[in-house]
Design a protein around this ligand. Structure first.
Ligand code: GLC
Length: 732
């Protein structure tokens, strides 16, 4: 008996010792993520939970001398930091400090805005979408993720997938254009690029779908302003890109600044919880936008910071970005039973889950490699350059003046963007260094070398009404065989908080065109911009127009290759170019008018200058008739459409097939046409290629009602590909 008591006593004490020295479950790599999350949660104090769902920022500079001061700036136990530095060593110092001084050693999540590249900068997203090359965008975003990861980041606040149809709104540059389906496809492509196969892969970082939802509808194009989002358009237009991003596995979502018809995106239970978490089963976390919790006060739905915090958390915002509302108010809100512990625990678990999925508990530190190997490597720059090439849209090419012929011996390169690096990088360009961007002048000299003389004249500033440079420009034009006139926007004219009352260029640029045109030589207009422009004053004076957007690090090189015929432009517009600001909003998927030939503008044509999907090529494509597997199908059947396209020109090219559906008589009015599939293929000169679209009625013909219920209606439909249009019937 005594022996057994002694044995049990020894056993118990061994277990106690083990328990005290045993690794807690949440630190065990072999345990399931959910068990680690739950184990850690139950060990956390209320204060630790509150700071876990709060985000600060650091790294404004990475001066080693004031790192300690930085640590003081960083609240103990903070869940996440916006990391403005590109120094992984400093980041690891902060992480080490956090893990060694915090009681439970929970790693910090470092995030930043890597929108179209980290240091190797790709074209702005609006331009990327013109490539209609989702695979290439995935590759470009994988490059961004690798450079970001090596610089200390675990998370990017990207992709921005706000459908935008008002180019007065400067953030139009940041998303993938006017079309819901296009934004959905690129949302999935970007998530795949950032997150790779698994979140804890070597170069994976968490994606963040933003800004959820309807931000592109900010009234009058005025950033941060009220957005009247009807329930029908919410489901039909603004939610699908987010649903696609969630299906692709996006780890996080960012709630938006804007109102959603009276209930701000950061206090909207219906969008944040009912739709995102309950219906779509999203198990990542929602972060607010910068200060968007506190901004519920000026938006008129909260009287105090405490009330703002209560509304945001209860609506479904899991983490509070930088305004300290959660840090300073949640404890009292819980005490006053205005926020439940259940909701706080849910938010904390969502944040911890992403951290575990990223592998942050097991590998909290960035692998340090020499900075000379971190950025701008040859293959990565080549991906960005190819994407910039495929983003270029040829808008006009009278008498095939392009590509420039061998007879051209002198080119007058003119305009504020001709010898410019800064503005070719675009807004939201992270750690991209404009000095590493190639100007159009340098690119043209590199490309055309000794065979052509490039004479440069700036001509004018972007907007200063100063014409003293015109004479030099006109002289250059007179002495040249062709003028390449580079006009457009500063990068600071698009991006956040950059609304403009007009999308026309400053008049001095239009006057420069007029002066140069008067020299009597052919003019190739090159546009570098972050939004559609009203170029109705410029278009008639240009023999050719090349839209290069803001190409990023590749700068002028893709353009030079296009002008020299080494690259055949393949871009198609991801957004309509209005004829004037007065036409806004105008987009391809509008509803039909009650009187299609009336109600038109009296003073200008009703058509825009260029529709979504427009883009020329140096070669010609002959579309065959669209062939259908059947003239009618039942709702439970699929319909296969094929079309052959022949490259009837002399130059190899890449052609994007845009497949549109129209449903002219339905229970509610439907868009005149809706893009439902696209595919880009190489077609060599003289060759034919077949494109196929397998129509799945529930996916491609059904439409949501005002609460997201899909309706699939029998009736007559049309399928369009190029100029081809075929009818088919859908039966019950
Ligand atoms: C900004 C932007 C958002 C960005 C965030 C962090 O205000 O609206 O897109 O991710 O703050 O920089």
């Amino acid at each position: 008996m005594k022996k057994s008591i002694l044995f049990l006593g020894i056993l118990a004490s061994v277990q106690i010792v083990n328990a005290q020295t045993a690794t807690p479950l949440y630190k065990s790599k072999n345990a399931s993520i959910e068990s680690r999350v739950n184990d850690l949660l139950k060990r956390m104090t209320l204060k630790e939970k509150i700071f876990q769902i709060s985000q600060g920022f650091t790294g404004g500079n990475n001066n080693a001398n004031n790192n300690s001061a930085r640590f003081k700036d960083i609240p103990d136990g903070i869940g996440s930091l916006i990391y403005f530095s590109d120094d992984p060593v400093y980041r690891n110092d902060v992480q080490k400090h956090a893990m060694e001084t915090s009681r439970l050693g929970i790693p910090i999540l470092f995030g930043y805005d890597v929108i179209h590249g980290f240091r190797t900068i790709a074209p702005v997203s609006l331009g990327q979408a013109c490539s209609f090359n989702t695979d290439l965008v995935t590759k470009a975003d994988a490059v961004a993720a690798k450079e970001a990861k090596l610089s200390g980041l675990d998370w990017t606040f990207s992709p921005m997938i706000d459908v935008a149809r008002d180019p007065r709104w400067g953030r139009v540059m940041e998303g993938y254009g006017e079309d819901s389906y296009t934004n959905a496809r690129f949302a999935a492509a970007a998530v795949k690029g950032y997150q790779g196969d698994k979140l804890n892969d070597k170069y994976s970082i968490a994606a963040c779908l933003k800004h959820y939802v309807g931000y592109g509808l900010s009234e009058g194009g005025r950033d941060y302003h009220y957005a009247d989002v009807s329930p029908q358009s919410l489901w039909e237009t603004y939610l699908p890109p987010y649903q696609a991003g969630i299906k692709a596995g996006a780890a996080t979502v960012m709630s938006s600044f804007n109102d959603i018809s009276g209930i701000p995106g950061s206090a909207n239970y219906y969008t944040l919880t009912t739709i995102l978490k309950d219906r779509w089963k999203f198990n990542g976390f929602v972060i607010s936008d910068w200060g968007s919790v506190e901004q519920l006060i000026p938006q008129g739905v909260a009287a105090t910071r405490a009330e703002a915090g209560q509304k945001a958390l209860n609506a479904g915002v899991d983490m509070d970005m930088t305004d300290k509302v959660y840090e300073e108010n949640l404890a009292q809100l819980i005490k006053d039973k205005k926020v439940s512990m259940t909701r706080v625990d849910d938010a904390v678990k969502r944040v911890l889950r992403v951290k575990f999925e990223l592998g942050l508990f097991d590998q909290p530190y960035t692998t340090i490699i020499d900075s000379s190997k971190r950025y701008l490597n040859t293959n990565d720059k080549a991906i960005g350059e190819q994407l910039a090439e495929e983003s270029i849209v040829l808008l006009k090419n009278e008498k095939n003046i392009l590509p420039l012929k061998s007879e051209v011996k002198t080119i007058a390169l003119i305009g504020p963007l001709a010898k410019n690096q800064e503005d070719l990088v675009g807004s939201w360009s992270a750690h991209g260094d404009p000095k590493e961007t190639i100007s159009i002048l340098d690119a043209m000299q590199n490309q055309f070398g000794s065979k052509v003389k490039i004479s440069y004249a700036r001509g004018c500033d972007f907007e200063k009404p100063e014409t003293s440079g015109f004479d030099e420009a006109v002289t250059a034009a007179k002495n040249a065989d062709v003028v390449v006139l580079c006009l457009g926007e500063k990068r600071a004219w698009t991006g956040e908080n950059t609304s403009r009352s007009t999308i026309a260029l400053p008049s001095v640029q239009e006057k420069l065109m007029e002066a140069v045109r008067a020299a009597g030589k052919p003019v190739v207009l090159v546009l570098s911009n972050g939004r559609p422009l009203d170029i109705s004053a410029l278009e008639p004076k240009a023999d050719a127009i090349v839209e290069i957007w803001q190409p990023g690090t590749a700068g002028g090189t893709p353009l030079a290759k296009v002008l020299d015929g080494k690259v055949n432009p393949s871009g198609k517009l991801s957004i309509t170019f209005p004829r004037s600001t007065g036409q806004i909003p105008i987009y391809y998927s509008m509803r039909q008018s009650a009187r299609p030939t009336s109600g038109l503008y009296q003073d200008i044509p009703t058509e825009p200058l260029y529709w979504f999907g427009y883009g020329l090529s140096y070669t010609t494509y002959q579309y065959g008739a669209v062939k259908l597997s059947s003239a009618s199908i039942h709702k439970n059947q699929k319909l296969v459409a094929t079309v052959e396209v022949e490259n009837t020109g002399a130059m190899n090219g890449k052609e994007t097939m845009l497949w549109y559906i129209s449903h002219p008589a339905a229970s509610i009015s439907r868009p005149m046409k809706e893009l439902k599939f696209f595919e880009k293929k190489q077609i060599d000169a003289g060759k034919k290629v077949s494109y196929q679209f397998e129509i799945d009625p529930m996916r491609d013909l059904a439409f949501p009602d005002a609460d997201g219920k899909l309706h699939l209606e029998a009736g007559t439909y049309y399928l369009m590909a190029g100029k081809e249009k075929v009818k088919f019937e859908l039966k019950d």
